[in-house]
Design a protein around this ligand. Structure first.
Ligand code: SAH
Length: 495
């Protein structure tokens, strides 16, 4: 018995281009073996308990050899009987992804596997640049070619021996009327262009280099076959990039639909508690930024004993969505249901908590107009409820505002907030390459364990002074709201 290996295509970069099947497997993987081109957003979707193995370090660092990766997959499958081993590769695993070599090795070792195809960069990256790879009347075929000849001449699988002498057939390529799409080897493109022209391809053939396609860093550089070499040098085209040649490239001038957004090309770290961050992440992503979400604090339910004591209270007050979730999770886990709340009044500090309660079928009786703890305390103090029969359901870090205004009330701590002390390695690396951190609370600053970057966008003055104390350069929103913070970030990068 051995585990099962899934060869999964991660798509070209945009996390939205991962398949549903791929996501589903990543969410329950025990081990994830991933390549360099896989985006942090996709790594962030993986089962948080999975062992993450990076086999594609940057070229300067040690890169794991293909033969070692093949062996590693077999070894992981053997060590994890009934385990789910996700082998996550950029684009599609079988398009210059060496997925075939890995699969052969798995077959030879008797390890069960499945292939989850991915959206290949060969087609999707041109699409994001507004270049259709085929077009009626312009191109009736398209061809995906490696620009990295060595890959073709030296397979490393021990299962099939290398066939000597395979290399690009420039004569055939030059005569081919279809669209030519080269993956890898931008550095070889000057040579490839020269050979194609020598073999008779028109020097005026339109050509585009598309760098980091589908990511917030996407860039398209147009040239012709004749100017390919000088354009790469002048524009400093760097990997990963695709080279596409043919009449269809002209269409990109009209069809380029992906607009540069105010935050295009910016990588920001968002540091809110996991459940709360998606709002700001979605907004900054929509503005073009790449977001690395790193929860710096995590909440954990605190064991509630004494459910029977609930009978002693007739008003329950919640001051956070975490409090609501922890309370009900535990209530249900203890074998009760919402009927134990029959006849009780329910109070909420504000709209968001009120909405969360509604998800559990509970309508609030008391919500203060100003949405503050103080407002809630005053509202309850002036309402016809028995103070001694009020139960506050809060986190361990909740301040004493409510208890001071309602001295006879009782409090149950239903969840606690703990700092995340260590980030996984892939996340540390992603954070180190970010342009700035976004702090939406002082506790996020206190608990930030990412090291660099040095620039922090802060929500309000309190967060700002905490960030300064920790040595950050700060840019602070005018008001203590998410709207104001997002506006400030856009202003900063727009300037
Ligand atoms: N299996 C992958 C290709 C792996 S080879 C796929 O199906 O897409 C790696 C090459 O793919 C890179 O050198 C580059 O040419 C291309 N590539 C991958 N992602 C890319 C991206 N986001 N933008 C441009 N080129 C990309």
């Amino acid at each position: 018995m051995s585990g099962k290996v899934y060869l999964i295509g991660a798509g070209p970069g945009d996390p939205g281009l991962l398949t549903l099947r791929g996501k589903e497997i990543l969410e329950r993987a025990d081990v994830v073996v991933y390549d360099r081109l896989v985006s942090p957003a996709i790594l962030g979707m993986c089962n948080p308990c999975a062992k993450m193995v990076d086999v594609g370090k940057m070229p300067a660092h040690h890169k794991v050899k293909q033969s070692e990766i093949n062996k590693l997959l077999v070894q992981l499958a053997t060590e994890n009987p009934s385990g789910v081993i996700a082998r996550l590769k950029g684009g599609d695993p079988f398009v210059f992804g060496r997925g075939g070599e890995e699969a052969l090795e798995l077959v030879a070792a008797g390890v069960e596997f499945e292939v989850v195809p991915g959206v290949t960069s060969a087609i999707s990256v041109p699409a994001y640049a507004g270049i259709p790879v085929s077009h009626r009347g312009i191109a009736t075929s398209f061809h995906i070619i490696t620009g990295h000849e060595r890959e073709l001449s030296a397979p490393t699988s021990s299962v099939i021996p290398a066939k000597a002498g395979i290399s690009l057939d420039f004569d055939a390529l030059a005569q081919c009327p279809g669209t030519l799409i080269f993956l890898m080897g931008v550095a070889n493109m000057e040579f490839i262009a020269k050979r194609l022209m020598e073999c008779g391809k028109d020097p005026q053939t339109p050509l585009a280099f598309i760098e980091k396609g589908t990511t917030p860093y996407q860039r398209t550089v147009m040239a012709t076959l004749a100017t390919a070499g000088e354009t790469i040098a002048r524009e400093n085209v760097t990997a990963p990039a695709i080279t596409i040649m043919g009449g269809v490239v002209e269409l990109g001038k009209t069809l380029a639909w992906k607009k540069n957004l105010p935050l295009s090309g910016r990588r920001l770290v968002v540091t809110r508690a996991a459940k709360q961050s998606s709002g700001i992440t979605a907004r900054l992503t929509a503005l073009g930024a790449e977001i690395i979400e790193t929860p710096m604090i995590e909440t954990r339910p605190v064991d509630v004993k004494g459910w029977l004591d609930l009978a002693n209270f007739d008003t329950l007050a919640f001051t956070s969505t975490n409090g609501v979730e922890s309370f009900f999770d535990q209530l249900f886990a203890a074998g009760y249901d919402v009927r134990v709340l029959a006849g009780k009044k329910v109070a909420s500090v504000g709209k968001i908590t009120e909405k969360k309660l509604l998800e559990y079928g509970i309508r609030c009786d008391y919500v203060p107009e100003d949405h503050t703890g103080e407002g809630l305390g005053k509202l309850l103090a002036s309402s016809p409820v028995d103070q001694a029969r009020i139960l506050l359901l809060q986190g361990n870090l909740a301040d004493d505002t409510l208890l001071k205004l309602l001295p006879k009330a009782h409090r149950w701590v239903v969840y606690e907030t703990l700092p995340v002390l260590k980030l996984p390695e892939w996340k540390r690396e992603a954070v180190a390459l970010a342009d700035a951190v976004v702090f939406a609370s002082t506790s996020a600053v206190e608990n930030f364990c990412g090291g660099s970057p040095r620039l922090a966008f802060c929500i309000g003055r309190m967060t700002e002074s905490a960030a300064r104390k920790h040595g950050f350069e700060t840019v602070t929103s005018d008001e203590t709201t998410m709207d104001s913070l997002v506006k400030k970030i856009v202003e900063y990068y727009g300037a």
